[in-house]
Design a protein around this ligand. Structure first.
Ligand code: NAG
Ligand code: NAG
Ligand code: NAG
Ligand code: NAG
Ligand code: NAG
Length: 812
């Protein structure tokens, strides 16, 4: 027995879409922007921009060495070191990253390698060796995740460069492996954080004393990204040292993190690592969960791990079904999939880059566009931005609230790399010069707005343009590295035969066949502490319900340990029920004996035609360039300090060259309305995507979310076309409707039909159908009958909703 729940969800109001062309096109153009007339780049120009980035890097790096080193960071405006808060060890905001271990020096090392600066690279390695004669025997409590990605990752990647004869910065005999020894030393100091009953790491540890001076507050909450992520750096370390404990301990924690997902395959963000109790049931792609996805996919690719690939596929499908919106991913409640917040994080701008890696370039282009619009509006990406401006409603009622601050609940932009990162990946995938132009615009901002006396700093407040006197290490290790690589089209990383993957801190990692082979034959696991630990974890799992099917580890010894925390009505820390429950429409019961694990993936079938985006799609064929401006016109409000800036996509050259082209129009705003229906069914879920964009389903398990457009003659549809009344004339027939609908006369002359436009986050192009194979979808006749009664099917095999045909949802 199982239930079908059919929900009807109203999607976000779309009536606010107003196109603000006037303001943009009246903006003055100055001569400097003439550059944009040229919409291609020759090698000389690319070299010019690459050189600029290199100069900027050296400017800040030299300043750090002279005025910041040996401390962790240099303040770019005050020109003094920014250090750990030595007085207050509990000041985790400062101390998580600043371990008093010269983190800028270590984290920026691979940028020198990427720029082929062999002398400086060798000099810095020498300096690192001199800086840590006692390795990392430092009395600092730091965050395991941050220290892993910046220190362990930075050291391992630099070690790869120094020891790989194919690299320009290869050091040969000169280098004796000190970086790997340091990485191992640090990893050994961090690894005890995994010695919990669950095998999930606590977030912080003291490098010298482990847990001695740590207060419970510092270790009681960890997030999904931090619990899963060290797998990437630690597994690399295992390959290089042959000691598999790093890989095994973190791989176990990855499994365990994923085991905390909901039935919808959505992972929440925040947990108690010692019990697995969920604190916040919000899921999404931004802060606290971002690198969970990143490392599921990247580790799968680098370490050839099918299990991780499955995690990525299931997680990505669940996101696409529940959280994917047209221009970004929303935060949803992990158990219901319902919208939870009206904001998105700046950190989520990395996701398009990951989508490129996963092969979903088409959607990556859309999601990247949102980050671009935020950059246009605020001059950087606000840490958090409200996509729905509640204050605007007040304004429309005559009040004069123009509180920009309410639009950006977290107002800073510390010159984070995620937007450049995605721009780089999209350029590599599309070779579209549009992305080079985005890079040039970012470069100009770095030169004119973010460059200070001694380095670079972002905005303290994007609404005022107030600068931030802080140069986070990711500015040198990521922002400038990705920008350099964008312009350095001939970089050795782009021509190598190795499978290079960037860590979440932009440290390149690769494994040669020799390293892989050596590891597979000679790895060992001799550390009895961790051996016993994993054995105990597995034993607890056997006595509990932690396995692939149940996906929780309630039970066994752990249950006794954490009994009170695992009651079914456990309360999340935050109030996650601030939004109304979906309107419950119908519930029915179907007999079935077999319930399969949900498996939902989209299999593209061979397309002989070249994908269009390989050409300059954005410039010449993308008709949605201004859709975001229109749709979010009330929440993309430019602050005073941005008033005179021309958005990059309408600078003179661009506009003149492309605006009159027959393909280059902005899609008109739709006047139709849309709604979503959600079907939750047990069983397997498989989508087959055909070359024409149609989707075929042989099974109907898992969650199916279909966006339906209500189409009416004369209205503008979501594809930017006026709806043809013909559609309705052919529909004016009795046999279109099932018998139970016949009584309502109005149905013979329908003024409204439905059309499916999105299925589980996959967009259906104009004319595409969604077909369901009735032979394989239903296991029994009664299942089939119940389904038909729920929807209804007309003689054209179209399914119907409340007697209204869904013209492209076909039973076959
Ligand atoms: C922090 O690092 C500096 C420079 O290496 C060192 O002189 C100082 O003793 C360290 N402070 C602490 C509290 O460890
Ligand atoms: C993680 O889960 C996969 C798939 O269930 C399993 O094959 C693998 O052995 C697990 N790894 C560890 C370290 O528990
Ligand atoms: C690990 O243990 C095995 C078996 O006791 C031993 O042969 C091997 O030398 C050890 N390896 C290391 C690196 O300690
Ligand atoms: C949104 O667009 C409308 C129509 O062009 C305009 O009147 C309004 O001022 C815009 N709102 C904002 C906040 O820019
Ligand atoms: C969709 O289905 C209709 C009706 O069966 C058919 O005429 C049309 O060609 C189909 N479209 C595609 C893209 O297969």
């Amino acid at each position: 027995m199982f239930h079908i729940l059919l929900y009807f969800w109203a999607i976000l109001p779309i009536s606010l879409w107003v196109w603000a062309s006037q303001e943009h096109f009246n903006t003055n153009i100055n001569d400097e922007q003439l550059r944009f007339e040229k919409y291609s780049f020759n090698r000389f120009e690319l070299k010019h921009y690459r050189g600029k980035v290199k100069d900027l890097f050296h400017f800040a790096h030299d300043n750090y060495l002279h005025k910041g080193y040996p401390y962790d960071e240099l303040r770019p405006i005050a020109c003094i070191p920014k250090t750990r808060n030595f007085e207050d060890p509990d000041d985790e905001i400062t101390n998580d990253v600043l371990g008093n271990f010269s983190v800028t020096l270590v984290d920026s090392l691979t940028t020198l390698a990427v720029m082929n600066d062999r002398p400086k690279f060798a000099e810095m390695i020498k300096l690192i060796e001199d800086t840590f004669p006692n390795k990392f025997d430092i009395d600092s409590t730091v965050q395991v995740f941050e220290t892993t990605i910046r220190i362990v990752g930075g050291l391992i990647s630099a070690h790869l460069y120094a020891t790989d004869p194919s690299k320009k910065v290869y050091l040969g005999e000169e280098y004796k492996g000190s970086l790997l020894q340091l990485a191992k030393d640090m990893a050994d100091r961090l690894l005890p954080s995994y010695l919990t009953l669950t095998g999930l790491p606590v977030p912080r540890i003291n490098l010298r004393t482990k847990f001695d001076p740590i207060t419970i507050e510092l270790v009681s909450e960890n997030n999904a990204a931090a619990m899963a992520s060290p797998i990437f750096e630690f597994t690399m370390l295992s390959y290089l040292t042959l000691d598999s404990k790093y890989a095994d301990v973190t791989r176990y924690a990855m499994n365990k993190t994923w085991a905390l997902r909901s039935d919808l395959q959505l992972l929440s963000m925040s947990f108690d690592p010692q019990t697995g109790q969920c604190y916040s049931q919000i899921s999404g792609v931004g802060a606290s969960i971002d690198s969970f996805y990143e490392y599921a996919l990247k580790s799968a690719l680098l370490f050839n791990d099918e299990g991780l690939l499955k995690i990525w596929q299931d997680a990505y499908n669940a996101l696409n079904t529940n959280s994917r919106a047209d221009w970004f991913y929303t935060n949803v409640q992990s158990t219901t999939g319902q919208l939870q917040t009206l904001w998105i994080d700046s950190l989520s701008a990395f996701f398009p880059g990951l989508q490129v890696l996963a092969g979903d370039v088409e959607d990556a282009i859309l999601k990247h566009m949102m980050a671009l619009k935020l950059w246009n509006t605020f001059g950087g990406l606000p840490e958090r931005w409200e996509f729905q401006n509640m204050a605007a409603f007040e304004v429309s009622r005559g009040s004069n609230i123009n509180d920009l601050r309410s639009l950006v609940p977290l107002e800073w932009y510390p010159l984070r790399p995620e937007f450049v990162e995605s721009t780089y990946f999209l350029y590599r995938a599309t070779r579209d010069p549009f992305y080079l132009n985005v890079g040039v615009t970012i470069l100009e901002s770095i030169e004119t707005k973010f460059k200070h006396k001694c380095g670079f700093g972002g905005f303290q407040d994007v609404t005022t343009g107030e600068p931030q006197d802080r140069m986070e290490t990711f500015i040198l290790s990521e922002t400038l590295k990705y920008l350099y690589l964008l312009f350095d089209v001939d970089n050795e990383l782009h021509h190598t035969r190795d499978n290079v993957l960037f860590s979440t801190e932009a440290h390149p990692m690769w494994l040669t066949p020799e390293v892989i082979n050596n590891y597979e034959h000679n790895k060992y696991f001799n550390d009895t502490v961790y051996k016993r630990h994993l054995k105990a974890c597995h034993k607890r799992d056997r006595g509990s319900a932690f396995n692939e099917n149940k996906r929780s580890f309630v039970g066994g010894k752990l249950r006794r340990f954490a009994k009170s925390l695992f009651t079914t009505d456990q309360k999340p820390k935050e109030d996650v029920n601030q939004h109304p429950k979906p309107e419950f429409k119908k519930e029915l019961t179907i007999d079935t004996s077999s319930v399969h694990e949900q498996m939902c993936f989209s299999m593209p079938v061979g397309n002989k035609d070249k994908p269009e985006w390989l050409h300059s799609h954005i410039l010449s064929h993308f008709d949605r360039l201004f859709e975001i401006d229109r749709r979010y016109n009330s929440s993309l409000i430019r602050p005073e300090h941005m008033k005179n800036e021309v958005p990059m996509e309408i600078k003179r050259g661009f506009y003149e060259k492309w605006a009159h082209d027959k393909f280059s129009h902005s899609r008109p705003m739709p006047s139709t309305e849309s709604l979503e229906i959600v079907l939750d069914l047990p069983g397997e879920c498989q989508l087959l995507r055909l070359p024409d964009g149609s989707i075929h389903r042989n099974t109907l398990g898992g969650r199916t979310k279909i966006r339906l457009e209500q189409i009416e003659p004369g209205k503008m549809d979501v594809y930017g076309r006026i709806l043809n009344p013909e559609l309705f004339i052919s529909a004016r027939r009795k046999d279109l409707f099932k018998s139970t609908c016949d009584k309502a006369d109005k149905l013979y002359t329908p003024t409204l039909l439905y059309r499916a436009t999105v299925l589980n986050g996959i967009y259906l192009p104009v004319g595409a159908n969604l077909t369901i194979n009735q032979k394989t979808v239903f296991k029994t006749q009664s299942e089939e009958n119940t389904f038909r009664n729920l929807f209804g099917q007309n003689s054209y095999n179209q399914l119907m909703l409340d007697c209204i045909p869904i013209i492209n949802l076909l039973m076959q």
